[in-house]
Design a protein around this ligand. Structure first.
Ligand code: BGC
Ligand code: MG
Length: 477
């Protein structure tokens, strides 16, 4: 399968490249920059939602699954993008948001039966961004289920009509030439039909949750039995297109989803951050369960360069890009972008602006992102721009390109261990990848013949893994 070892590049369109000076990235802008993505060696580009949306959750609140948001361009712009991407050998993946729509979607009024309603607040379910998961609809005096922002209403996949309209939307995109989908918040696709109360939490949640959400054990509001019916419908609609699940669950619980999907993100690896022992455990778990996608960063959580701890961004990127299975690079990871300082004016109510700053393309005003006023400030003084990094063999961009190239030659049996403190060592056939996320040098595994170093000079003496560094080398015969 083309995606099995692919690097998939996530484009957060609003912040990638503006072409018309309105300060918002768009499809023609992305078209201009596609070669940057192809030159990384990526196999696909995944577009965060590009549908019409009132932007209460910047596209994750969809008001029409079949239309391109006018901020991003036209339907013809999308066709041009798909065509050019395919010429460059890049597949195009959309972000599909199956579990809720915007309350401005016409369905919310015209087809209330597609949603989950109650006359009174029926249970103690909580929203992912805090507070109760039920919102009063002033027009009807009834409550609708809303698992994220109040402007997002949960869809009811128990309803066959809803399944038909959603899968119809997917079919149309596949016909347009879309090669696959990242399916948003999929652990919410199946909920208890009886809307039973969640019991109190028996312990800390396996993945971090909003504190109010973490007070409950989530048996009914998400990940309820019965994911088969919706996921089978989705799979049948898209045929062999790639399906990537954003399922916010530990790897051990992904089985029922992976019966229908190709890949799920490893959130455990993401949240292991710069803790080498936790990383080793999470990577091992991901490899054991299989079909794991390794995420450098995304638009929701701390960027890799921040998460991995000071100085560790490059070593962590080298590690994640050297694992078997698809790897997801979020725009700006290849430049080493860390979380940005807080924006002057906040846009996202859940505090995610710092992960969504516009790309730094060059040294001109607004970093080449826009000739207008950027929707989010481009201030990010610490990261050299793409044009400064291009051609500099010591840059993060050169490292990421090198790691993506090297991936193709990594194969054979894989094992992961953390022997010396702060280190993660992965053996893959006759290669060994060694990284050290601690502040002091550590003993390295047996190695010879350096292939790639995280920082210039890291591979000088392969008997050690330098502090905040690492390398890929051949294993002695
Ligand atoms: C997306 C978020 C979004 C949420 C609700 C997530 O998992 O990645 O950006 O806010 O789903 O759609
Ligand atoms: Mg624009």
């Amino acid at each position: 399968m083309w995606w099995e070892n692919a690097v998939i590049y996530q484009v957060y369109m609003r912040s990638f490249q503006d072409s018309d000076g309105d300060g918002v990235g768009d499809l023609p802008g992305l078209l201009e920059r596609l070669e940057h993505i192809a030159m990384l060696g990526a196999g696909a580009v995944w577009l965060s939602p590009i549908y019409r949306s009132p932007n209460f959750d910047f596209g994750y609140d969809v008001s029409d699954f079949g239309t391109v948001h006018p901020d991003f361009g036209t339907s013809a712009d999308l066709d041009a993008l798909i065509l050019r991407a395919h010429e460059l050998g890049l597949r195009v993946l959309l972000d599909f948001v199956p579990c809720h729509t915007s309350i401005e979607h016409p369905w919310f009024r015209e087809h209330p039966e597609y949603y989950v309603w109650a006359d009174e607040i029926p249970n103690n379910w909580r929203a992912a961004f805090g507070g109760p998961a039920w919102e009063l609809d002033a027009d009807t005096g009834r409550y609708y289920l809303s698992s994220f922002f109040p402007e997002q209403a949960d869809l009811d996949w128990h309803n066959p009509r809803l399944r038909a309209v959603m899968t119809d939307a997917l079919r149309k995109w596949v016909k347009r030439g879309i090669d696959g989908f990242r399916l948003d918040a999929l652990d919410r696709i199946s909920k208890d039909a009886e809307l039973r109360d969640e019991p109190p939490a028996g312990g800390p949640p396996p993945l971090p949750l909003d504190p109010t959400d973490a007070e409950l054990e989530h048996l009914y509001s998400r990940n309820a039995p019965g994911v088969d019916v919706p996921l089978r419908a989705i799979r049948e609609a898209v045929g062999g297109a790639l399906l990537i699940g954003e399922v916010f669950l530990p790897a051990a619980d992904l089985g029922p989803y992976l019966e229908w999907l190709d890949v799920c993100f490893s959130f455990e690896t993401m949240f292991a951050a710069g803790d080498a022992a936790a990383l080793t455990r999470a990577i091992t778990t991901g490899l054991t369960h299989g079909a794991t996608g390794w995420v450098l960063s995304n638009h929701d959580f701390d960027r890799l360069a921040t998460r991995a701890g000071p100085g560790n961004g490059r070593a962590a990127a080298l590690l994640l890009l050297s694992l078997p299975g698809p790897a997801f690079v979020y725009q700006g990871d290849e430049l080493g972008m860390a979380n940005a300082p807080p924006a002057a004016a906040s846009r996202d109510r859940h505090g995610r602006d710092q992960l969504r700053m516009p790309m730094r393309w060059d040294e001109s005003e607004n970093a080449g992102f826009t000739t207008g006023t950027p929707w989010l400030s481009t201030a990010e003084p610490e990261v050299p721009s793409a044009s400064e990094q291009d051609g500099d063999p010591s840059s993060t961009l050169a490292l990421v390109r090198g790691a993506v190239k090297l991936r193709a030659s990594l194969d054979g049996p894989v094992a992961v261990e953390s022997r010396a403190p702060g280190t993660v060592v992965v053996t893959r056939g006759n290669h060994v990848i060694a990284v050290n996320l601690s502040a002091g040098p550590q003993a390295g595994p047996p190695a010879e013949g350096l292939e790639l170093e995280a920082n210039p000079g890291d591979g000088h003496d392969l008997s050690v893994i330098p502090a905040h560094g690492g390398w890929v080398a051949r294993r002695p015969a």
